[in-house]
Each structure stands twice: as structure tokens, then as C-alpha cells.
Design a protein. Structure first.
Length: 405
């Protein structure tokens, strides 16, 4: 009988100690279910929630990195736009012909400095050290300049699709095309003066009268030549394309101006052309921001001394002003596109945070321990075990062997 008593008591003590250890384990881990064997449904459900939490954390890390890259990119493009505004001001000063030869040199130096600053901006790096405008070649410096001053692009135009939220992907790669492929002139036509011109005229594209015709000219390969002649004291122009006359008319010498409408593009003729002077209107083609700035710098460094030479300089600068506007629009568009992605990331980040919080709450509800309740149970279980030990001790003293003794 005494043997049975000891056996039963030991088994009861073991059960109580096991229960106490289980409660203490729950308190330490914060979990009431630590294995599938304890509660398969709760364990699997919590595992799924935790897996999604990890995925969301990875996506939020991607969001942070992409935000850093795009924010650097938009900030850089904003600074580059400010430089273009300065370059525009420089060109306008020279066009207005209010500067001396010495000032032209100063303006040329300023244009050169702007070119170097633009090159530095184009090689910007984000906080992680990645080159912002190198496409997917993040470790490659995108732009390099050779000894002659020519700038080359070393990056790529790859697309980096990154998931920023379940089912939502964005292209996180910015490439150097934003600095390299801006159209010359007004985006449709680029005008240059004949090198042998002796007059003071300039010809500038001012607008578009027929979008389809202008687009066809821009995508084509045939340039337009505008030449001037005089008959009976009346000066006139003739526009030819591929040897075929496409326009012509008188030039109003009293106002030294005329409006030309050629292939859906409007041009303003200012100043006084001489007989034999010519202008070539070529379809706009991509030019890098660096070659645009270099052209302005070169024109300002050698503006000429005669009225005809100064007119050719103004022609170069007038045409370059159109290119500056193209890049201003280009930078603005690229910044706006990045801004849309940044807004999407912000929205996805907020949604991911909400979803992650819900997953954590659900996982805790499935397998988490009720800490206050667990503490109470530990106190109760400890007290019960102590009471059992006291009772065992008391009964042991009343055992048959103690009584006989």
C-alpha cells in the first residue's frame, strides 16, 4: 500500500512539474503553441502569417532603397533644371547683344562650369553608393568625359522590376537617356545659318501649325534650305526640299522680319538677310545635354566681331534655346514619373504596414500566450505543487512505518 502511495505521489508531482514547466516555457517564449503537435491548425496559420510578415519586411526594405534612389534622382534633376535656367539666362544675355567681347568670354566660362556641374549631377550616387542614372548597372559610373571633352554613356537602359507590395511592381532603374536623348531645336526642327552669310538675319522655329506635317518632317531625312534673292528692289525667300520648291514670299525689309510656315512648322525671320544668304532647317535629332552646353560654350567663346558673325552666333544660341527648353521639359517629365512611383511606394508602404500589423495580431491570437493569464496559472500551479509536497510530507509522517516506530 505504501509503495502505491509513493508511486502515485511521484506521478502527480511529475504531472504538476510538467505543467509548470510548460507554463514557464510559454511565459519565456510568449507562445502557447510551439509545435504543430500542440495545435496543428493554429501552428500552421501562424506560420503562414509569419511568412507573409517576412515577405512584407523584405518589400519594405526594397521600398526604402527605391525611395532613396528616386529621391536622389528627383533632387538631382531639380538641381540640373536650375542649371539649365542659368544657361538659358546666359544665352539670352548674349542674344540681346548687350555684352562686350570680354563679357562673352565670361559667359562662355560660366557655360563651361555649368557643363561640368551637369556631368557631376549625371554621375550622382544614392545613399547606398549606387549610381542613380546608370540603369541596372548600379556599380558603373554612367558618364565619362574624354580628353576632347566628349561625354559618353557607360550605363544601360535595363529595367529593374521590383515588387513593393503584393502584386505591385515598379521599375526602380533610372537611366542616362534623360541626359542624352533630348531633341535638338524645338523638337521638330533645328536651324543653322550658312557659314558664308553676310546679313544679320536669324531664323528661329517658334511653333507648330500642323502637328502631323511637323511630325512627318521630324521623322524624315530631308532638310529644307531657305535662300534669299532680290528682284526690282524687293527681297524674297525661297524654301526648297529635295530640290523641290515648297514655299516662298517677300521679306518685309521695313520691319526686318517675316513669318514662314514650312512643313507644318512656324519660323520667324528676324534681321536683314543679304542676297545669297541661306539657312538650313534639319529635322530634330537627339543631342546630349553635354553637347548642347558645349555648343553654347563654343559659340560664346568665339562670337565674332562683324555684324554678320554676331548674327551667326545669335543663330546658334537661338537654336540652342530650343534645346534647353526640350531638356527642361525632359527633366520635368522624368521627375514627375519618379514622383508617381514614389507616391505609389508611399501608399504601398502604408498598406504593407497595416497588413503586417494585422498578421502579427492574428499570429499572436493563434499561438501567443496570454501573459497575465499565464502568470496567474504559474502562481496557481506553483502553489498547488507546494501544497501537494506539504501534504505528501504530512502523510509520509503518518505512514505505517512511522506509526510502528
Amino acid at each position: 500500500m505504501e509503495s502505491t502511495f509513493y508511486t502515485n505521489s511521484a506521478a502527480a508531482f511529475t504531472t504538476q512539474e510538467t505543467q509548470l514547466q510548460q507554463l514557464q516555457s510559454e511565459l519565456a517564449s510568449g507562445k502557447a503553441v510551439n509545435s504543430a503537435g500542440a495545435d496543428a491548425t493554429a501552428y500552421i496559420g501562424a506560420a503562414q502569417d509569419n511568412s507573409q510578415i517576412q515577405q512584407l519586411a523584405a518589400e519594405q526594405n526594397s521600398q526604402t532603397n527605391i525611395q532613396a534612389t528616386l529621391q536622389t534622382g528627383t533632387s538631382t534633376l531639380g538641381q540640373a533644371t536650375t542649371l539649365l535656367d542659368q544657361l538659358q539666362s546666359i544665352a539670352l544675355q548674349a542674344i540681346n547683344a548687350t555684352t562686350s567681347g570680354l563679357n562673352y568670354q565670361a559667359l562662355s566660362e560660366q557655360a563651361g562650369q555649368i557643363g561640368q556641374q551637369l556631368l557631376a549631377f549625371a554621375n550622382s550616387q544614392d545613399p547606398q553608393g549606387n549610381f542613380v542614372f546608370s540603369g541596372t548597372a548600379k556599380g558603373t559610373e554612367p558618364f565619362s568625359q574624354n580628353s576632347s571633352g566628349s561625354v559618353s554613356y557607360n550605363g544601360n537602359e535595363g529595367v529593374s522590376s521590383v515588387e513593393i507590395s503584393p502584386g505591385v511592381t515598379v521599375n526602380s532603374a533610372l537611366n542616362g537617356a534623360v541626359f542624352m536623348d533630348g531633341p535638338s531645336g524645338n523638337g521638330f526642327a533645328s536651324v543653322s545659318a550658312g557659314t558664308t552669310n553676310t546679313g544679320t538675319a536669324t531664323l528661329v522655329a517658334t511653333g507648330v501649325s500642323n502637328q502631323a506635317a511637323a511630325g512627318a518632317f521630324q521623322t524624315g531625312n530631308l532638310a529644307i534650305t531657305v535662300s534669299f534673292s532680290s528682284s526690282g528692289g524687293t527681297e524674297s525667300y525661297v524654301a526648297t526640299q529635295g530640290g523641290i520648291k515648297i514655299g516662298g514670299g517677300p521679306v518685309t525689309t521695313s520691319t526686318n522680319s517675316a513669318m514662314l510656315n514650312l512643313d507644318g512648322i512656324q519660323f520667324k525671320l528676324s534681321g536683314a538677310p543679304n542676297v545669297g544668304d541661306t539657312f538650313v532647317i534639319a529635322p530634330s535629332r537627339p543631342q546630349s545635354i553635354f553637347s548642347l552646353v558645349s555648343g553654347i560654350q563654343s559659340a560664346l567663346s568665339s562670337p565674332g566681331s562683324t555684324s554678320a558673325q554676331m548674327a551667326q552666333t545669335r543663330q546658334t544660341l537661338e537654336n540652342a534655346l530650343g534645346g534647353i527648353v526640350q531638356y527642361q521639359n525632359r527633366f520635368s517629365g522624368a521627375s514627375a514619373k519618379a514622383g508617381v512611383i514614389l507616391k505609389s511606394i508611399t501608399q504601398s508602404g502604408a498598406a504593407d504596414t497595416t497588413l503586417s500589423t494585422a498578421d502579427q495580431t492574428n499570429a499572436a491570437a493563434l499561438v501567443g500566450a496570454n501573459i497575465p493569464q499565464t502568470l496567474t496559472q504559474i502562481e496557481q500551479q506553483t502553489a498547488a505543487l507546494q501544497d501537494s509536497l506539504k501534504a505528501f510530507s504530512s502523510v509520509q509522517q503518518l505512514s505505517l512505518f512511522s506509526f510502528i516506530a
